[in-house]
Design a protein around this ligand. Structure first.
Ligand code: F6R
Length: 617
């Protein structure tokens, strides 16, 4: 994934780069680095681990300059150590490059360069780039005008690259300039007062730039202290009107909470309240109603937690609106899309709006629709918390979750927001098809109660889960069970625990347990089972009994009633309409995972090996 930033202008750039990198750390935190250029000098500092280590290094060994590039890394090629941190340099330490993406043909390029005598100093795919730029600079010197030399050299280097990349390059031979290129990875240009930027994402630009221009694939930008020039893939100058940079509050703080994740779990009551006001109390969204009018089936593309929200969505679309729906891992769909059926609505679900697999799957879908019906706008929708993301630019309609900035890498309030978006879609589709049926009315009424119920559950559950977490000190495996609309919540509970506590956990449809996973059970493997009244309530309780008979410790999530007495521990939720229950059963799942991880003293907000925005395949 990685985050890149570069800036040039009238100010010392190190404080700006550090601030921007801090806001990009959600994209990876395996290492961080920056480079500045001044006439005849290039200074580079890199540190393993989080940005704080780079800051410490810079305090001991400061660098100056009004032109620089910075990087925060999520390791793909090569261990997360200083050698492999970016910027990567050419042999003469004159060209520095930061890159986000994957250079797929790097092995071949490296072999070629090594045969010419170039010595590599890292295991990264990126290192080929500074060497290629350095070679191109040497070749072009004397033929290209000095003011265009770096741009032409970078163009020549990227011609040889295959894969997906966003990169920024500085060269000590031209310290008043930096060059940025994008291909299948996000890159934005930010325009401030006498200061110009490029960065992987808008938070890096907030407060520094007032307007942004997004680069399209193959386009290049040259940034100087006087402004920004854009070029298309053939090197022709292009013009693009800058858009205002949305004033989102990226300066989120933890308030009185110990971690962002805990704060964001608690913010879910507000997310629900805002959604009820926006989507339930207000008249239906006309443009969404138009999109949905003739839909005959829905296919949902997503990854990770977003895919779990999509599974809840598919259940609602089928059971509430009667529309056949299928959920696909975006990473699988992109290589084996099912045959395209008429009047199929494709929905891409991604909180970040930048997940490479989801974007690629949607692009494929868009292309094949265009090939079939070139003059018809594709029946496609995006659900995201970042309407200004690549997803927002790709699909014709976007549902903005408006959940606010989510800092914790493990998605919580955006998951709730995604589920709510599906309630909105399913209710609208159901009303279009069947009018205000009893089920639709009951569901709407239950949703109106949600903010208050969520707020009560959050407060009651926090302490319960904190106490329960003590019992997980030695736990190595946990099984999560759910059925029907709560099966995706079992999957999500297991994913949350895995991600932040590093405990192995699996989610199963409760009825499947006896077909194999039951062999795992003994007194050391707790079973978390979601049991909410509805058509499968009794079945779930029977499945829980089967686990209890194998000595497993049973933790139940459901309302307090005689039936739920079978659980060793009950994490109670208010009695609620079954179709709406995932919006409440998710709360104990999130809080349990949080408290287990916090109790183990782990880095809850930035768990190892993960990143909030997965922009590589
Ligand atoms: C889990 C988590 C990931 C993401 C996945 C997709 O807490 O956050 O599983 O859900 O990487 O990300 P988005 O939603 O940005 O497409």
């Amino acid at each position: 994934m990685c985050g890149i930033v570069a800036t040039i202008g009238s100010r010392e750039v190190v404080p700006l780069l550090l601030k921007s990198l801090q806001r990009l750390e959600y994209r990876g935190y395996d290492s961080a680095g920056l480079a500045t250029v001044m006439p005849g000098q290039l200074h580079c500092r890199k540190a393993e681990g989080k940005l704080v280590h780079l800051r410490e290094k810079l305090e001991k060994s400061p660098v100056a300059g009004c032109c620089g590039i910075g990087h925060t890394r999520w390791a793909t090629h090569g261990k997360p150590d200083v050698r492999n941190a970016h910027p990567q340099l050419d042999e003469a330490d004159q060209v520095a490059v930061v890159q986000n993406g994957i250079i797929e043909n790097h092995r071949l390029l490296r072999q070629g360069l090594e045969q010419q005598g170039v010595r590599f100093r890292s295991d990264t795919d990126t290192e080929v780039i500074p060497h290629l730029v350095a070679q191109a600079l040497a070749d072009l010197r004397g033929t290209a005008p000095p003011t265009d030399l770096l741009r032409q050299a970078v163009a020549r280097a990227v011609e040889q690259l295959e894969g997906a990349y966003a990169l920024a390059v500085v060269w000590q031979g031209q310290p008043g300039e930096l060059v940025a290129v994008r291909y299948n990875a996000p890159l934005l240009i930010g325009l401030g007062e006498g200061q110009f930027f490029c960065a992987s994402d808008t938070p890096a630009l907030a407060g520094f730039a007032s307007t942004i221009v997004s680069l399209e694939d193959g386009e290049m930008a040259r940034l100087t202290p006087l402004g920004v020039e854009l070029f298309d893939g053939s090197g022709q100058r292009i013009q693009r009107t800058p858009q205002p940079l949305r004033g989102d509050d990226y300066t989120a703080n933890k308030r009185h909470f110990r971690h962002f994740m805990l704060k964001e779990i608690h913010e879910q009551a507000d997310v629900a309240a805002a959604w009820v006001e926006r989507c339930l109390a207000a008249p239906a969204d006309e443009s969404l109603a138009t999109v949905l009018r003739n839909v005959q089936r829905v296919q949902l593309l997503a990854c990770g937690t977003s895919r779990h929200a999509a599974l809840v969505g598919a259940h609602l679309l089928e059971q509430l609106a009667g529309v056949p729906s299928s959920v696909h891992y975006a990473s699988e769909f992109r290589y084996a899309p099912p045959p395209l059926m008429p009047q199929t609505l494709t929905i891409g679900v991604t909180q970040s709006g930048e997940t490479a697999d989801t974007l690629a799957a949607l692009t494929i879908e868009m292309e094949r629709r265009h090939a079939l019906e070139p003059n018809v706008p594709p029946l496609m929708l995006g659900i995201t918390n970042r309407a200004d993301s690549s997803l927002g630019r790709l699909v014709p309609h976007v549902l903005d979750l408006k959940a606010g900035v989510e800092v914790g890498v493990a998605a919580t309030k955006t998951f709730l927001g995604q589920m709510l978006a599906f309630y909105g879609i399913a209710l609208l589709l159901a009303s279009q098809r069947h009018g205000a049926s009893a089920q639709v009315k009951a569901c709407r009424q239950a949703l109106e109660q949600l903010p208050e119920q969520l707020s009560r559950t959050l407060h009651a559950m926090d302490q319960c889960c904190a106490e329960l977490a003590h019992g997980f000190a030695e736990t190595r495996d946990v099984i999560y069970l759910g059925r029907g609309i709560n099966y995706p919540i079992a999957l999500e509970g297991a994913l949350k625990l895995k991600e932040i506590s590093y405990i192995h956990a699996e989610g199963y449809p409760a009825g499947e347990m006896k077909h194999g996973p039951i062999a795992l059970l003994d007194q050391h493997v707790p079973v978390v089972s979601i049991a909410t009244p509805g058509p499968v309530f009794e079945k779930v309780l029977s499945n829980a009994q089967e686990a209890k008979a194998r000595d497993a410790r049973l933790i139940g999530i459901g309302p307090v009633c005689g039936d739920t007495e079978i659980f060793d521990v009950l994490l109670p939720i208010p009695p609620v309409h079954e179709l709406v229950s995932p919006l409440l059963t998710i709360v104990p799942m999130q809080l349990l995972a949080y408290h287990v991880a916090a109790h183990r003293g782990l880095d809850v907000d930035q768990p190892r090996n993960l990143a909030k925005s997965v922009t590589v395949e």
